[in-house]
Design a protein around this ligand. Structure first.
Ligand SMILES: [Zn+2]
Length: 202
């Protein structure tokens, strides 16, 4: 029989909720927590709560931030970035991938998902409405679709392009030299730099 103490099982079940963490690893993490000082555990618990209490969507680009306006949008407000060029990504992590190239000086928009009929993710369920409002209320010149080169990523890019092009916007797509299904987050800087530089008009 499993002789694991109940509090350890309870804690493992939480760790097991994380992507990529199986029950075995979750248990190991729970046991590892036992080796922390009580102060450390308290800080850990506080950090978990702080994440939930302070993080919200940036009102402009929809990325996660603990500030009124995220750092990139703040830089755009003070003229350090080009507000007329929006790079549309699936997740906040993708912003960091593009930032690593040090090539892009525009702003971002995070969709928090991709359109997927299979998973019943309709356009209303991701932050497309916010993008359209933003494009309507600001003087935007170009929207770069930097969603991953997957079926969902391509479909989402095309869906948005179909709405934006008739209103006279330039809509481009990264020229991925990536294998089909490759993802932005794992692309190296040189590949992304080229993808950005050689972007095609949709
Ligand atoms: Zn922002």
């Amino acid at each position: 029989m499993d002789n694991t103490a109940l509090p350890l099982i309870k804690l493992s079940e939480y760790f097991a909720k994380y992507p990529g963490i199986g029950l075995k690893t979750a248990k190991r993490l729970a046991y590892q927590t036992l080796s922390f000082d009580i102060d450390e555990v308290e800080m850990f618990a506080k950090a978990l709560i702080e994440v939930k209490e302070t993080i919200h969507f940036c009102p402009v680009c929809q990325t996660f931030t603990d500030l009124d306006l995220c750092k990139i949008c703040t830089d755009a407000e003070i003229g350090k970035r080009n507000k007329q060029q929006i790079c549309v990504v699936e997740t906040p992590k993708d912003i960091n991938a593009v930032e690593r190239t040090a090539e892009y000086k525009g702003v971002y928009h995070v969709l928090h998902g991709l359109i997927s009929p299979l998973e019943k993710i309709t356009p209303e369920k991701i932050k497309i409405k916010e993008l359209l409002t933003r494009v309507r209320d600001n003087d935007i010149i170009e929207v770069i679709m930097a969603t991953n080169p997957t079926i969902e990523g391509d479909a989402t890019a095309l869906y948005i392009a179909k709405i934006l092009k008739p209103i006279g916007l330039k809509v481009t797509r990264l020229a991925f030299g990536l294998p089909i299904g490759g993802i932005l987050e794992q692309a190296d800087e040189v590949t992304l730099f080229k993808a950005l530089e050689n972007r095609n008009e949709l």
